[in-house]
Design a protein around this ligand. Structure first.
Ligand code: ADP
Ligand code: ZN
Length: 759
């Protein structure tokens, strides 16, 4: 077990190397920009590749990770390793390889890659498990002895009786409660050899308090059966030398029973004694999926480990060890769960593989889905990507034969996909938040006691405050963006940096009282709906009202129980939720993401509309969706209306091909930012020139330019984009150029390989 550090102080004077065949360890040390040093391994000390060690650097001892072991070193005067974390190495060879690959591909230091793979609490701490003392019965005294004990030491006799009755070891604290025994009494019993006091590890199980009803496998329908059979065919452990199975892309409409396939495939893997990882986009937003996993595997409840951002350090530590030791064989979690330290991996599932949240937005800027595919390849196991709206990257991989496509075209029990109506908002008079047709539809649902979801991907009340007299707009002092008005809090807030101020009651510039709120956020939608339908129960679900950890679950279960008529929300309600009584979904503004300066804007809009629409009609009554738009004829809207992924794919892929955008190329976005505009601009110009000097011929280098969001958090931002078909070569080239350059101290340079956020 990876517990505390065992100290090697037995050899304080330093290790003698004279003549004895020695072992040397190459160690990448933490917090030294990926510097690698050689150390000798003292005699009698066992150290394995992937182990965490403490090593001397200058005058300090620091933590590091063993990369390799060898019999020789070119360095003279190597110093010995100071201590080794006991037990199994923290990183197994496959994970170490994954980290090295990640550093290479994503153009980041190796140490940063290792930091992603190993949770902070495991890297840093020499934290041991929380332990408690338990008392175990070893021997019962004879009848005579017992009688004698009763008269001479009644407390000892009572403690023994309590232990006997319990039939299991008892924590000291519990025993003292049961029998009035003190610690002295326990020690006396121990001296006599009747009981033993032992340390027992306690685990912090974040789900201890919950009970899960076991549920059974469903009988798969014909389409599910075909897909499941294909996956199963690859789940047998591979023969040496046989090719690794291709990744699967499971394209199934919303509600087609993809999750049921994941569950049964994972069960198959467990039956073979192997392990599985299931990635979900954001665990706090997918409580229903996690619940289904826990219920399905209820009999072996302890086999499911759930990794999410709300775990305490202690919980994370324990979950990690439960996984590392093989006690938990199914891991569910968001992006970073792809690094779960399981051995003997049989399957990785990536649910909603198209979700942008799989991409990490800080170094190393890896993509969870792509890492999953790579890890499966390294560990020679299967990987199953699933989505109702696959990413263009994955579908492209199908079309060039890299992935195998599995399709489910209809919903379970042939439930109809919801009927989608596009509402041309240009035809509505007086710019209403909600069109007349949508209002009528909501009213009909209220009468029938059915539920409605209204979706708008923007929080707050209005998107800006504008003075109609002088044209003044309240803008963030740190970012090039207008401030959003939040009426509940009476604040104007920056959604980029969080800057906030009291909302002005008159124009700060010309003092005219006619300052107006422009644009619509969820808060206004809630307000408008409540005013129109006075007796309806309306609730809002967005980051503003869901700040408390439990608020999300509470609102969801109230909605599920039918206590809420209309739920207004942001993308928080778009994902993977299953409410049978929702028969109407209204999308307040479908154009929101469509006109962003981002080549994926159309793809994102198509995905979001399809996902949101998929929340309707999951029960017995057919669902209906209203999509409000000012550009009703844009392809993303029209294709989503007809649930036509293929149509969308065909026209979008043509556009990508023409412009040589992903998936036909890979792109690297380099951003330079600084509080000094001129220095940031100068730095990007210099960088562009250097990059241009020996640029591999296949690479397209764009002109450096201000980022679309020019200023953020008080920093001026410039960027440039490189596109190529040979990404590894380009990553290494960029790394090489950057390593030779120095930038002013206030200039920050970030490199984003396969960038998703272009703003
Ligand atoms: P998806 O993951 O594709 O959105 P789900 O797996 O959540 O679909 O399935 C949608 C609903 O249909 C769930 O309530 C699930 O329990 C049910 N379901 C899935 N497969 C079957 C089946 N073979 N028979 C009956 N019900 C099923
Ligand atoms: Zn700001």
């Amino acid at each position: 077990m990876l517990g505390g550090m065992s100290s090697l102080d037995s050899n304080p004077a330093g290790f003698q190397l004279d003549g004895v065949p020695s072992v040397f360890a190459r160690v990448v040390v933490d917090d030294f920009g990926s510097r690698v040093f050689d150390y000798s391994v003292p005699k009698g000390v066992v150290v394995q590749v992937g182990a965490r060690v403490r090593v001397p650097v200058r005058t300090r001892n620091v933590l590091g990770t063993v990369l390799e072991l060898s019999n020789s070193t070119e360095v003279s005067g190597v110093r010995p390793i100071a201590s080794v974390m006991s037990g199994e190495p923290a990183l197994n060879p496959a994970l170490l390889k994954l980290a090295a690959w990640m550093a290479d591909y994503y153009c980041c230091p190796l140490e940063a890659a290792i930091r992603s793979v190993l949770p902070q609490v495991i890297r840093k701490s020499e934290m041991t498990h929380q332990e408690r003392q338990v008392v175990r019965l070893i021997q019962v005294p004879s009848e005579e002895g017992r009688l004698a004990l009763q008269s001479r030491a009644p407390l000892q006799a009572a403690a023994l009786a309590a232990l006997e009755q319990a039939g299991t070891p008892l924590p000291v604290t519990e025993l003292t409660k049961l029998s009035d025994a003190t610690h002295a009494v326990v020690r006396a019993l121990e001296r006599k050899g009747w009981v033993a006091v032992e340390m027992e590890r306690m685990e912090r199980d974040p789900f201890r308090k919950e009970h899960f009803v076991e549920d059974q496998n469903l009988t798969l329908n014909p389409e599910q059966t075909i897909a499941f059979a294909r996956v199963c065919a690859t789940l047998e452990p591979l023969q040496e030398g046989s090719p690794v199975p291709k990744p699967f892309l499971l394209h199934g409409v919303t509600g087609s029973g993809k999750t049921e396939i994941y569950l049964q495939a994972i069960q198959r893997v467990l039956e073979q004694g192997r392990t599985a990882i299931m990635l979900v986009p954001e665990i706090s937003l997918t409580p229903q999926t996690v619940e289904r996993f826990r219920s399905r595997f209820a009999a072996s409840r302890h086999e499911v480990a759930v990794l999410h951002s709300h775990l305490s350090e202690g919980e994370r530590h324990d979950e990690w060890h439960r996984i590392r030791s093989g006690r938990a064989r199914i891991v569910i979690g968001a992006r970073s769960a792809v690094f779960a330290p399981v051995e003997n991996l049989g399957l990785i599932v990536v649910d909603e593989e198209h979700e942008p949240s799989y991409k990490q937005e800080e170094a190393p800027r890896y993509h969870g889905r792509d890492i999953a595919v790579l890890r499966a390849h390294l560990e020679r196991c299967s990987v199953l990507l699933g989505s109702a709206t696959p990413s263009l990257e994955s579908f492209h991989n199908v079309s060039i034969g890299k992935y195998e496509l599995l399709e489910i075209a209809s919903r379970v029990d042939d439930k109809r996909l919801p009927y989608i109506r596009i509402i041309d908002m240009r035809m509505e008079s007086r710019n209403p938040v909600i069109s007349g047709k949508l209002l009528t539809a909501i009213e009909a649902r209220l009468k029938k006691r059915e539920q409605t979801i209204l979706f708008l991907n923007r929080r707050g009340f209005s998107t800006s405050m504008l003075c109609e007299k002088c044209g003044y707009v309240c803008e963030c002092p740190n970012c090039s963006i207008s401030l959003t008005f939040h009426r509940g809090a009476n604040r104007i807030v920056c959604h980029i940096c969080g800057h906030l101020a009291v909302a002005p009651s008159k124009c700060p510039e010309c003092k005219d009282p006619g300052i107006r709120q422009k644009g619509t956020g969820t808060e206004r939608v809630e307000d408008v709906v409540q005013k129109i339908f006075k007796t309806a129960v309306v609730r809002r679900m967005d980051a503003d009202v869901m700040q408390r950890k439990e608020a999300f679950r509470e609102t969801l279960s109230a909605f599920k129980a039918g206590k809420i008529d209309i739920l207004v929300g942001t993308q928080m309600i778009a994902k993977g939720l299953h409410f049978p009584n929702v028969t109407l979904v209204g999308i307040i503004n479908a154009d929101l993401g469509l006109h962003m300066p981002d080549f994926r804007a159309g793809e994102r809009t198509f995905q979001l509309l399809t996902q949101v629409a998929g929340r309707a009609g999951r029960g017995d009554v057919e669902g209906e969706v209203f999509v409000q738009s000012y550009t009703p004829f844009s392809p993303a809207i029209q294709f989503s209306r007809h649930h036509d992924f293929t149509g969308f794919w065909e026209q979008e892929i043509e556009f990508r091909k023409q412009w040589e955008y992903p998936p036909f190329t890979h792109l690297i976005l380099i951003q330079v930012r600084s509080v000094h505009q001129a220095r940031a601009e100068f730095s990007i110009q210099t960088l562009a020139r250097r990059l241009g000097e020996n640029l591999p011929p296949e690479v397209v280098l764009s002109e450096p330019a201000p980022a679309p969001l020019e200023k953020s958090h008080g920093q001026f931002r410039f960027h440039l984009m490189l596109r190529t078909k040979a990404i590894l070569r380009l990553s290494r080239y960029v790394r090489g150029v950057l390593d030779k350059m120095t930038f002013p101290e206030d200039v920050i340079v970030t490199v984003d390989v396969d960038a998703y956020h272009l703003l």
